[in-house]
Design a protein. Structure first.
Length: 167
């Protein structure tokens, strides 16, 4: 099946098929690198789509598409998965969303610059389940380390590398 939004080829006015523009979907609620991602994607001519349950000011991201979904658990995740296709990039810290995006053929990057792949997602899902079990049994307080300048730098390098590889 061909056409806009199918993740394949879309016919331009000339009648010839051309690859559709790749997109960077940002799971924007609590994402610490939205501005970095917007800047880097813009340099590479990649469409940026910020998806959240609310609270994002579009004026901070000129040229980006800002999508506000209905309030509710995982609504932004569902929207991203429905839209993402092969060649797109999904920026998220949400491991289940990452797994679903990978199934759609998208590439996945975390805010600290780590890529999740079909080879690594199983381990990430297992670790998430294990950590959840530890929290539920009181073995862990659920501490997450702070986002650091080194994390931001790794992210910027990883996204730039990924976009250069694909352009």
């Amino acid at each position: 099946m061909h056409g806009p939004g199918t993740g394949s080829l879309a016919p331009p006015a000339t009648g010839r098929y051309m690859p559709r523009m790749r997109r960077l979907f940002i799971d924007a609620d609590a994402c610490p690198v939205k501005e970095d991602a917007h800047e880097i994607a813009g340099r590479h001519g990649v469409e940026v789509v910020l998806v959240s349950n609310g609270g994002i000011r579009p004026s901070r991201f000129p040229g980006a598409r800002v999508v506000t979904v209905a309030a509710g658990a995982d609504e932004a995740d569902h929207w991203i998965v429905e839209q993402a296709a092969a060649g797109d990039i999904v920026l998220t810290a949400d491991i289940p969303l990452a797994a679903r995006a990978l199934e759609r053929g998208a590439e996945v990057l975390n805010a600290d610059g780590r890529s999740l792949t079909t080879a690594t997602i199983g381990t990430a899902l297992s670790m998430r389940a294990f950590q959840q079990h530890l929290r539920e049994t009181g073995e862990s307080k659920g501490y997450n380390r702070s986002f650091s300048p080194a994390d931001r730098s790794r992210f910027r390098q990883a996204l730039d590398r990924l976009l250069r590889r694909e352009s």
